[in-house]
Write a protein that binds this ligand. Structure first.
Ligand SMILES: *Cc1c(COP(=O)(O)O)cnc(C)c1O
Length: 380
């Protein structure tokens, strides 16, 4: 059995504290106060303003996509991205059960049904092989898209999630989804700054969604962004999240059910100041990940690292324990000693709202659910 006391000392030393070590804290070392002051001085604190425009431009550069829509949070972003991908009431959406609940809630907000498919062991994200296997068994490819032979419903989107900033096998996944005419919405909420074969995650699917919640690698307090290379979809996203208002010099014209899902200028100001520091955060995360990796390699505990041809943002770092018993002991020992650690999420089909959803065998998801633990991952 590994000696978890050494882990506790190492984590405290690396985070330069002898007291509580949180999982992840935001860092405000840049222009945050300056930009927030500017909002207040100009009175532009709400849903329009210079920082919203700047934020959308910066996100376009960072993710190498043509259009960004700033939104109120990542969950709302996924909901709208699914609508943009033409998900309708009673459709089905393929996704992973090993994810944060927001991914699946966003599907449910569209009155669509999630179908849970397995993850890969190496990426902890949606497995292209599992998707292909499912479609070979249940897929019915028709002129207007793919249908599920079992339920008769249309499968109108696939939502892979880049767990903790580790990219899924994007080439294979996009290839399978294309073949079966299924649009891809990447839940890139955790993977700002991560890359697959040199390209940013979030830029591979028809749409990608990021979160700027307080616990993410970059925060706007609360916020999200939809990115896409399809300008028409991007424009539609802006319109839908802005109460579906038709531009007019003075009249209020709304021609369909829209949403007020805009990111306020105050939050965009914070996001801009944070995005300016993203590269520094990414470097510091890599340094900490490297130190964890060498430390854990002598301890018989597996520190999870990026797969070949990808670059992880190492937003939340994690270890894989030998079994559930070891994991429980690790969680108990570290939390008792003020080192915050958390198990990976419970699989989504365990939640009462999603227990009746169709799913595959979940072999890898079940394995990871019992073993993966997040460890303190803050950097300066
Ligand atoms: C954080 C997160 C979201 C949602 O983001 P919010 O901005 O908190 O709504 C969605 N999916 C995943 C996987 C996340 O980690």
């Amino acid at each position: 059995m590994a000696d978890f006391n050494e882990v506790i000392s190492f984590v405290k030393e690396k985070h330069k504290t002898n007291s509580f070590v949180p999982l992840h804290v935001p860092v405000f070392n840049g222009n945050e106060k300056k930009y927030l002051d500017e909002c207040i001085d100009t009175t532009f604190v709400s849903s329009v303003g210079k920082f919203v425009d700047d934020f959308e431009m910066m996100m376009g550069e960072i993710t190498k996509t043509k259009k960004t829509v700033a939104v109120v949070n990542g969950t709302a972003g996924i909901q709208i991205a699914l609508r943009l991908a033409s998900v309708k009431d009673n459709d089905e959406v393929l996704t992973q059960a090993l994810t944060f609940v927001a991914t699946v809630n966003a599907i449910a907000y569209c009155n669509a049904h999630p179908v849970f498919l397995d993850v890969d062991l190496d990426t902890m994200g949606l497995s292209p092989k599992a998707v292909e296997k499912f479609l070979l068994e249940f897929g019915d490819l028709r002129e207007d898209g793919c249908y599920n032979k079992k339920s008769g419903r249309k499968i109108s989107a696939c939502v892979p999630m880049h767990t903790f900033g580790f990219s899924v096998h994007l080439d294979d996944l996009i290839r399978v989804c294309k073949r079966w005419k299924i649009p891809v919405v990447e839940d890139a909420a955790e993977s700002l700054g991560s890359e697959y074969k040199g390209k940013p995650t979030g830029s591979f699917g028809d749409l990608g969604v990021f979160s700027f919640n307080g616990n993410k690698i970059v925060t706007s307090g609360g916020g999200g962004a939809i990115v896409t290379n399809n300008l028409a979809l991007g424009e539609k996203g802006k319109y839908l999240t802005t109460t579906a208002k038709i531009p007019h010099p003075y009249e209020y014209i709304h021609d369909e059910l829209g949403y007020n899902y805009r990111m306020p200028n105050l939050n965009a100001a914070l996001a801009c100041a944070q995005l300016e520091q993203l590269n520094g955060f990414l470097e510091n995360k890599r340094d900490l990940a490297q130190e964890y990796k060498s430390f854990f390699s002598n301890k018989g505990i597996c520190f999870r690292t990026e797969t070949p041809e990808t670059k992880a943002n190492y937003w939340l770092m994690c270890v894989e324990l030998e079994n559930k018993q070891e994991r429980d002991l690790f969680l108990k020992t570290t939390n008792n000693e003020n080192v915050m650690t958390r198990p990976i999420w419970q699989l989504m089909f365990r939640l009462p709202m999603y227990q009746d959803c169709q799913k595959d065998e979940q072999v890898n998801a079940l394995f990871l659910e019992e073993r993966i633990v997040n460890i303190p991952s803050s950097v300066r």
